[in-house]
Design a protein. Structure first.
Length: 84
């Protein structure tokens, strides 16, 4: 995802009033875009509660352009959470 498109997505996520809306925004973007591990990690880290990070992280993990950096996304999940 381009830097500009990512900034717009991040802004939309930050404007989401409810956690389900925030998650839906990320899931929607993951259907049609590709992300770097750093971008995905930034989106997932926006959730303060670690338990809300799992679903969007799984969706984003499938859309990484740099899968060799998947460990970055895994590192921001609760202990024992799996991306598969």
């Amino acid at each position: 995802m381009s830097d500009t498109a990512f900034a717009n997505l991040l802004q939309r996520c930050n404007q989401a009033n409810e956690i389900p809306q925030h998650i839906a925004t990320i899931l929607s973007a993951a259907r049609t875009n590709w992300f770097t591990a750093d971008q995905a990690t930034t989106l997932v880290k926006a959730f303060g509660d670690m338990n809300y990070r799992i679903e969007p992280a799984r969706a984003l993990a499938e859309k990484l352009v740099d899968r060799e950096n998947l460990y970055k996304l895994q590192a921001v999940l609760p202990s024992g959470a799996q991306l598969h």
